[in-house]
Design a protein. Sequence first.
Length: 425
Amino acid sequence: MSLTLTACGDDGGPSISDTANITTLNPTLPETSTSGVDGPTTGTTDPSGTMSDSESATEPTGTTADATATGTTTEAATTTDDTSTTTDDATTTDGTSSTTDDTTTGNGTTGDIDECQAPATQPPCDEAGDDIFKAIGLNCSENKAMAIPIKNPVIMAPDTSSYRVATHFGTAKDPMDPNQWAWAPKEGSRFLVIGSGTFPNLEGDGGLVEQNGQDTQPNGNPGELMQLPGVMHHEMGSNNGAGGTPFMNCDGVHDCSDTIANQWNGIGAGVAYDVFYMSFDLEVPQGTHGYLLDFAYFTEEWPNFVNATVNDMLIVWSTSETFTGNVTFIDEQPLTVTALDPYMTILPGDPLLAGTGFPGDGEGAATGWYTAKGSAAPGETFTIAISVFDLGDNVWDTVGIIDKFRWDCMGCVPNEVDSCGIIPQ
C-alpha cells in the first residue's frame, strides 16, 4: 500500500505516537479485560445489537437495554492450560477442527496450518496512550501469539480534533449498572471515536463529553471529494466490475458488495466532506478465515435527512482476496442515515445520548453497538480501511465508535445470506 499520509497540527487533542511516546490520559483506570479470537457459534441477535452468531460462545449477552455498552467484556481462552493435544477429527473448544495428530501450544502455534493459529487471548494495551490502532485492539506487540501486529498504518486526518481515544463517550450511565458508563470500551480501557465534525478536549478521566450544539461544525479534513478516500471505491465491483451479482466474482478494486454506489450517486450527490480515513495492513494467521469489529453509529441527521442528499456514511473496507469492498452493510445497504433509518433504536432525547452533543433538539440518534463480520484467507496480507464523512453537506455531523478488532476462526462466506456484514436485532 502506498499511502503514507499522517495527521499533523496540534489542537490539544490526541497525537499519533508510537508505544514509546504514549501519554497517560486517565491515571485511575476502569476495569480492563482480555479478548481473544472468536470461534464459530450459532444463535440469534442479542439485545445489545451485537450478533451472537458472530461472537464467542463465552461472551455475555443481554447485559444492557437498547444496545448500550456495558463497559468491558471478557472472552475466554480456547484452552484451559498451557498445552493441549488434538487427535484425528477432534474439535477444539473454539469450534475449529484438526485432522492430524498435532500438539497445539499455549501460544496458538501448530504444525498443522488447518488449525486456527489466531491468538487465544489478546491482552489489551490501550490503558495509557492515544494510539488509535491500540485503542481498537491492534499492534500491541509483534508477538502473533498474543497480539495482532499491523503494517503500513495510515491516518488521513489533518484535523486531529476529528478523532479521540477516549475512556467513555457522553455522560450517561449504564441503565443496568449505574457504576458503569453507558458508552464504554468493549475491550481494554479505551476506544476510538471518529467523526465528521470536531471534538473537544478530553475530560480529566479521559472521557469525551460534548455539549448540545457541538455536533454541527465542519472540520479541517479533506472535503469536496468526488471519490472515496484511499483504497475505497464507490463503484460496483461484483461480476468482474459490471455489478449486479453482489459478493460474487470481485474485481479486486471496487465495492463487491454493490452497496455504496446507489446511495453515493443517488441520495448522497456523490460529494464527501470532512473526511476521516485510516487504514492498516494485516497478515491473517493460518487456519483463520475472518475477523470481527465492534462499532456504534451516531448522527445528527436523523430523522430530518432520511432520503435526502445529506446522507453521512461510515465505511469499513476490506481488500481481502476473499472479498473486496464495504464490510459494513445492512440489508444490502451501507451505513448511511437513510439506510439505518429502521435501526435507529436510541432516539432524540434519550438519556443514553447525554453528553454526546446530540440530544435535546429533536434531532440526533444512535444505533447501539453492532459487530461487523468480514472474511479473509489464511496466510494472506490485506488492508482494512475505516472512514466516516459528511455526504452532501459539511454541517450536520456523524460519529462512529470503533473497538475490539479480533480474529474469527470460522469467518464467513460473503455470498451466503446473513453470513458476512451486519445483522441488526
